[in-house]
Design a binder for this molecule. Structure first.
Ligand SMILES: Cc1ncc(COP(=O)(O)O)c(C=O)c1O
Length: 393
């Protein structure tokens, strides 16, 4: 037998391994050993998918809706997505400008691949969702980070954006509400960023996956409000994962100018083809059906966020910017004078609390805690963190 030396492609061997995996593996091992670990690592709502969505899926299977669909998605779901973008973003799209994919992550991957060439630069505000830079690098482009200061609520300023732009800048990735910081940009802030981007002809990928998980009003502002002037440069990305607690169903979607949408469709048609047929039927119902689930979930998350903020404000050596959306807090632990990975490891070993080190998101001064877990767990976990901070003072 010939044993070939495995040579992984440059494109894939350059991908950074997940920094979050080490902690979650350790947490899993501890749990298996019977240790009561409080897990603040989850990136998904802790609620069940609404019953009417499950019913729609079962009905589609029973009706035999189990074959290939058009690679860009079924008309029924596209119409539901068009209605959502019209209502929440104020932009009218045509079905051929909408692409349904296997999760918003897939939508983002596709559009970054469709837009970026070797040597292109992509501006990413930091702290960032950890998949953006890896996707950009896989596409051969270069991530350019703009540091969003904690003092400014983890939001970048128009001046910072302007300074980061070079002749090679192709795309700006915006994520409001943000994972990991929960930062939400105001309408005025977004219009100021839009003015610069439109002036320079730079594409904007607006990842709005947490747009319905917001705490000040039912909806948050979107850069799409800049209107027709930004339409040709705008790619709106969203999905059902966070809004309807459907992370495992894998449906995301985007709206883009026709040429970009066609390129994404082409790419998708040669990789995954269509997202699961009967799941598309269920996702359409999620979007057009009773929305009370979304409001109820946001109320529960708000209560947890407020409780966490209150508790952190009384703990030593930790401070926390109030998140306006998503279900994460991103407290600053710089006063402890250790790396975020060290603090995360210590919290797990000594306090049996799992958090994600901020270094995974580009900020070693912070740790991320998800509040997509029960109030009981949150109380218990925060008691342990407080105890740890008092002892290590
Ligand atoms: C900011 C952000 N964008 C996109 C995604 C991907 O979501 P989906 O489950 O639809 O792929 C996530 C999931 O954690 C996220 O946090």
């Amino acid at each position: 037998m010939i044993s070939a030396k495995v040579q992984i492609s440059k494109r894939v061997s350059g991908i950074a391994p997940s920094q979050t995996l080490a902690i979650s593996n350790k947490a899993k091992t501890l749990k298996q050993q019977g240790v009561d670990v409080i897990d603040f690592g989850a990136g998904e709502p802790d609620f069940d998918t609404p019953l009417f969505v499950k019913e729609a899926c079962k009905k589609a299977i029973d009706a035999g809706f189990t074959k290939y669909t058009a690679s860009s998605g079924i008309p029924e779901l596209k119409e539901a997505v068009i209605a959502k973008f019209q209502k929440d973003n104020g932009i009218a799209y045509k079905p051929n400008e909408i692409i349904i994919s296997c999760g918003a992550k897939h939508s983002l991957f596709n559009v970054i691949f469709a837009l970026c060439d070797e040597g292109d630069e992509v501006i990413i505000p930091s702290p960032f969702w950890l998949s953006y830079p890896e996707m950009v690098r896989m596409a051969g482009a270069k991530p350019v980070y703009v540091q969003a200061s904690e003092a400014n609520g983890f939001r970048i300023t128009p001046t910072q954006l302007e300074k980061a732009i070079t002749p090679r800048t192709k795309v700006f990735i915006l994520n409001s509400p943000s994972n990991p910081t929960g930062a939400v940009y105001s309408h005025a802030e977004l219009m100021a960023l839009a003015e610069i981007l439109v002036g320079k002809g730079i594409f904007v990928i607006s990842d709005e996956i947490y747009d319905r998980v917001v705490y000040d009003g039912e909806r948050c502002a979107s850069i799409s409000a800049y209107g027709q002037k930004i339409r040709d440069l705008l790619i709106l990305v969203n999905g059902v994962s966070k809004t309807y607690s459907m992370t495992g169903w894998r449906i995301g979607y985007l709206a883009a100018p026709l040429a970009v949408a066609q390129a994404v469709d082409n790419l998708q048609s040669h990789s995954t083809s269509n997202p699961t047929s009967f799941v598309q039927k269920a996702a359409a119902q999620a979007l057009i059906g009773d929305q009370s689930f979304v409001a109820n979930m946001a109320v529960a998350f708000k209560e947890r966020r407020d409780y966490m903020m209150e508790r952190f404000s009384k703990m030593p050596n930790i401070s926390c910017v109030r998140p306006g959306g998503a279900f994460y807090v991103f407290p600053n632990i710089a006063k402890l004078k250790r790396s975020s990975a060290d603090i995360a490891a210590e919290l797990l070993e000594k306090a049996h609390v799992a958090v994600v080190p901020g270094s995974a998101f580009g900020s070693d001064a912070n740790i991320r805690l998800s509040f997509a877990t029960s109030m009981e767990n949150i109380k218990k976990g925060l008691d342990r963190i407080e105890d740890f901070l008092v002892k290590t003072r």
